[in-house]
Design a protein around this ligand. Structure first.
Ligand code: T46
Length: 291
């Protein structure tokens, strides 16, 4: 914990004094976090059980709480923030039965603002006075909230197809770069890449399945709804985050609905183009997966 607390690049734009914290402060914080009722602090750990950061619900009262997160620099870009955030929000609504969770960041904290924008958290203007009071005198804050029943897409699979987090590397003030490698990050070698662009909003494409082709679909720009159907059922997912992909590895009927004009759908495929691999008749597809 001390590592990120003493890292100016991580805490410079956070509300609170972390630079003066000591090891004893950290120990006390951990001890207190075990018996907290109004505050819950959980460690985000890697698969190897290494500490990556802390997520918190603070000031839990009247069905509401404040969310906070801090991670180590090393944990950035690997999905730990999103993992920690979704896990504690799930706890807030499903275990603690809360109605709302609020949080704020300095508008100057571009990294944090970008993260919340990327995950489609809109700015919230209607903040309960009791919560705003705690930040009296702090300027230039951007507020966010999640209310019970709001949909947070944390699915690992859609119609049995794996949802992958594509490694994404941000550059200060210069956007971000996402990358996956055939045979490494996805379970096949890539023999073809194609993309679909210049599609007006409301248009649907697809309406077919592949017999053997494997593909990763992702949307580096815009918002596209992907509807997938196979022996696991029919499910849909909105693709709008360049760091999210869906891996289709089995015969799956797909339809794509353009939710925003000019959104781009990119596909990395396991094989060259073969019109014989397509099933374009829905009844035939149903018989194919039954057979
Ligand atoms: C898929 C979804 C997500 C080629 O000549 N070479 C190619 O590699 C591809 C993919 C297509 N084409 C031709 C075949 C058609 O004359 O491009 C035309 C449009 O293809 P289609 O109508 O199949 O496009 P979509 O958007 O319905 O489907 C495409 C892919 O074909 C399909 O494999 O999974 O995107």
């Amino acid at each position: 914990m001390l590592e990120w607390m003493h890292d100016e690049s991580m805490v410079g734009k956070l509300h609170g004094d972390f630079a003066s914290k000591t090891m004893e402060d950290c120990r006390q914080f951990i001890r207190k976090s075990k018996d907290g009722h109004s505050d819950i602090h959980l460690a985000i750990a890697s698969d190897a059980d290494e500490y990556m950061g802390t997520v918190s619900l603070k000031n839990i009262e009247n069905g509401s709480a404040e969310f906070a997160i801090a991670i180590r620099k090393e944990a950035m870009r690997h999905g730990y923030s999103w993992f920690g955030m979704t896990a504690i929000l799930k706890k807030a609504f499903e275990e603690l039965g809360l109605e709302s969770v609020y949080w704020c960041v300095s508008r100057e904290n571009e990294r944090a603002v970008h993260f919340y924008d990327k995950h489609h958290f809109g700015e919230t203007l209607d903040i309960p006075a009791g919560i705003l009071d705690r930040y009296r005198g702090v300027r230039n804050l951007k507020w966010y909230s999640v209310l019970k029943g709001d949909e947070l897409d944390v699915r690992e699979r859609v119609a049995g197809c794996r949802v992958i987090r594509i490694k994404t590397i941000p550059t200060v003030d210069s956007g971000e770069l996402s990358v996956f490698e055939g045979g490494q990050d996805i379970p096949f070698d890539i023999r073809r890449v194609y993309y679909i662009s210049k599609v007006p909003e409301g248009v649907r494409r697809g309406f077919h399945a592949h017999k053997t082709l494997k593909q990763v679909l992702f949307c580096p720009y815009g918002r596209i709804q992907l509807i997938l159907e196979n022996k696991h059922g029919r499910e849909e997912i909105d693709l709008s985050d360049p760091s999210i992909g869906v891996v289709i590895e089995e015969p799956t009927w797909r339809e794509m609905l353009w939710l925003k004009t000019d959104s781009v759908l990119c596909v990395a495929a396991s094989d060259h183009y073969d019109p014989e691999d397509y099933i374009r008749d829905y009844e035939e597809f149903c018989s194919f997966i039954k057979g």
